[in-house]
Structure formats: structure tokens, C-alpha cells
Design a binder for this molecule. Structure first.
Ligand SMILES: Cc1cc2nc3c(=O)[nH]c(=O)nc-3n(C[C@H](O)[C@H](O)[C@H](O)COP(=O)(O)OP(=O)(O)OC[C@H]3O[C@@H](n4cnc5c(N)ncnc54)[C@H](O)[C@@H]3O)c2cc1C
Length: 304
């Protein structure tokens, strides 16, 4: 059946993609690869949830099966959550479908067979608009649309043939610290302005008072290795949209700022009054973080 088909290995992103598809007025269908996944996403308002069963536990083995299924359905568009697994299946489906694909878009709109996407180029310095017509594949990072619940969907199981050339040998859990930043309500972001690893405690104290998560710039995790990589925010890290974002010692280069643009309130503390972060900030404090952050923590402790 014609319409917009969506897939993500994360239920929350599936909900966001279904909600976007519904807003376009098109029929919205969700794909998944197990009954468990289908049950987890059946209340997000899709017209149907299709479970593609081919006997493989690896989503990447379903590239051709998904492409063939979407073709047989006459799908208009395939939206995929831009997670590691989503990006993999998205490119395979586009390849097997011999169609256009746009990756990691910052915005997308669809009207009757025409897709318009925006994506950041050159480290976020340029926004490129891409227009596609006919069936195509678009991958979308988490947090671009509001997730909604809806009517419970019919679950339809479809037997397909998976490509079993890749087999699963073993699995091991990824150990993550703290909550998912993209879903955090408040974020304290640490930049290279902090001098020593133990000074992270300043951010932790403030985060404790506010009930916030800690994030950072890329250098803090990738150069200094003081926080795990899933904690850095920006074009190549997490995109966040908290109610409150407070930075300390973050200069605000464009590659970082694209990841915080959708924050409701941005507060920046930096010694350099010309730091670009102040152009993105709603409230700016020009000052030494070693002086300001403890003051802020103490004041909030008194008031909260
Ligand atoms: C392709 C590409 C992708 C990238 N992707 C990302 C990304 O996803 N995320 C990301 O964060 N970066 C990314 N970067 C790196 C980015 O360009 C910046 O280099 C980085 O964001 C800067 O981090 P920073 O603000 O912590 O450090 P700096 O730019 O060094 O800024 C440190 C700030 O601390 C201030 N400061 C110093 N001492 C104090 C003090 N005592 N009190 C208060 N303020 C103080 C300084 O005035 C300065 O403004 C990317 C770069 C490239 C090329």
C-alpha cells in the first residue's frame, strides 16, 4: 500500500517518525523484525506494523528483503532512524532499490511524491537543501519530531528471505554512563576551559542540584578522554533539546552549537566575551568558571 514506511531499532525514534508521517497526511506504516519490537511500537498510531521475518537476528541481513517488500507495497518514502544500525539498513535498502538517499537530515518535508530535506555540510557551516522525487530513503537523527501515541495498530507478519551470509557470533553489552543525553531535560556542558579532570566535579555538583545530565565538547571526550564519547554534543556527537543547557568553558564553535540549537534556554559561562557561544546563548556570564559555577551551585542550592 502506498504511504510512508518507517523503521528504527529504537522505539522512541519509530514513534517520532510515525508522528511525522502522519502529519504529512500520508498513510504511515512501521517496519520491524520481531514480534517483540512490533508490540513495543504498536501504540504509536501507525496504520499497520509489519514484522518482516526471515530467520536472521541481524537487521542488516534484510536490506534486499526490505527493498523488495517496499517495492511490492508501492511505498512512497522510507524513513529510517539515523542510529548505527539504521544507517546500515537505510543504505542497503537504497542500494537494492536503486533510488536516491539523503543521510542524517536536519529537516524533512514530503508532499505527494516530492521530498525536501535539509542537511548540514562542511562541519555545520552550510545548510544544503536536497530535493528528491519518486521513492527514496531518508535517515533522520533522534529528536527531530515530537513522538505521539495513537490508536493501536494491526500487526502483520510477512515471511521474507533474509541474506544469511553475515552471522551473529557473540554479543556483549556496551557499558554506558548516565542517561541518554538526547532525552535529557537539563544538560551541563563542560568544555576545554576546564583545566583538570578532577574539576569535572564542579559540573557534577551543579548537575546534582539541578537534576541535570553532564555533556561535553568533543575535545573533552576524544582528546582528553575525561568523559565517554556518547557524552559529547554536536554535529558528530549527540543532538540535544533540553529545557536548559548550561555551558562552562565552551567556546561555541559551529560544530558544537548545531547540537544545542534546539535547547529551550542556553546559558553560557566563558572568560572570553567574544566567544561565539554568547551569540547562541539566551543568558551569558563573562567570567571565570572556577568562580562562577560554585557561586551558581551555592545560590541554586539555597533556592531549590
Ligand atoms: C568535522 C568536525 C566535527 C566536529 N564535531 C564536533 C562535535 O560534534 N562537537 C564538538 O563539541 N566539537 C566538534 N568539533 C570540534 C569543534 O570545532 C571545536 O574545536 C570544539 O567544539 C571546541 O571545544 P571547546 O569549546 O571545549 O574548546 P575551545 O574552543 O578550546 O574553548 C574553550 C573555551 O573555554 C574558555 N575558557 C578557558 N578558561 C576558562 C575559565 N577558567 N572559565 C571560563 N571559560 C574559560 C575559553 O575562553 C574558550 O572559549 C568538530 C570539528 C570538526 C572539524
Amino acid at each position: 500500500m502506498a504511504g510512508i514506511y518507517v523503521y528504527s531499532d529504537q522505539s522512541r525514534i519509530t514513534a517520532e517518525l510515525i508522528s511525522f508521517a502522519r502529519q504529512t497526511g500520508a498513510a504511515a506504516f512501521a517496519l520491524c523484525f520481531s514480534i517483540e519490537q512490533a508490540k513495543a511500537i504498536k501504540d504509536f498510531g501507525a496504520d499497520k506494523v509489519y514484522v518482516l521475518q526471515g530467520g536472521s537476528p541481524l537487521v542488516e541481513n534484510y536490506g534486499r528483503a526490505v527493498a523488495d517488500f517496499l517495492k511490492s507495497q508501492g511505498a512512497d518514502l522510507f524513513l529510517v532512524g539515523a542510529t548505527a544500525r539504521g544507517r546500515d539498513i537505510a543504505s542497503r535498502v537504497a542500494g537494492h532499490s536503486d533510488c536516491g538517499m539523503v543521510s542524517d537530515v536536519s529537516s524533512v518535508s514530503w508532499t505527494e511524491g516530492r521530498v525536501s530535506c535539509e542537511r548540514l555540510m562542511y562541519g555545520g557551516a552550510v545548510i544544503q537543501e536536497e530535493l528528491l522525487s519518486g521513492f527514496c530513503v531518508v535517515s533522520i537523527p533522534a529528536g527531530k519530531f515530537e513522538a505521539e501515541t495513537g490508536e493501536s495498530s494491526e500487526i502483520v507478519v510477512v515471511e521474507v528471505e533474509a541474506d544469511n551470509r553475515v552471522i551473529l557470533v557473540d554479543t556483549a553489552p556496551i557499558v554506558r554512563e548516565g542517561a541518554d543525553l538526547s532525552a535529557a531535560d537539563k544538560v551541563i556542558c563542560v568544555g576545554l576551559g576546564i583545566e583538570k579532570e578532577e574539576d569535572l566535579q564542579l559540573a557534577k555538583d551543579l548537575a546534582d542540584v539541578l537534576g541535570a545530565e553532564i555533556g561535553c565538547t568533543r575535545g573533552i571526550s576524544e582528546e582528553r578522554h575525561w568523559l565517554p564519547v556518547e557524552k559529547y554534543i554536536g554535529i558528530s556527537g549527540a543532538a540535544i533539546k533540553p529545557q536548559l543547557y548550561i555551558s562552562m568553558g565552551v567556546s561555541g564553535q559551529v560544530q558544537h552549537v548545531v547540537g544545542i540549537r534546539e535547547s529551550k534556554i542556553i546559558v553560557a559561562v566563558d572568560t572570553n566575551e567574544k566567544a561565539p557561544i554568547f551569540r547562541a546563548a539566551d543568558y551569558g556570564i563573562v567570567g571565570d568558571l572556577y568562580e562562577i559555577i560554585p557561586l551558581l551551585t551555592r545560590a541554586l542550592k539555597k533556592d531549590l
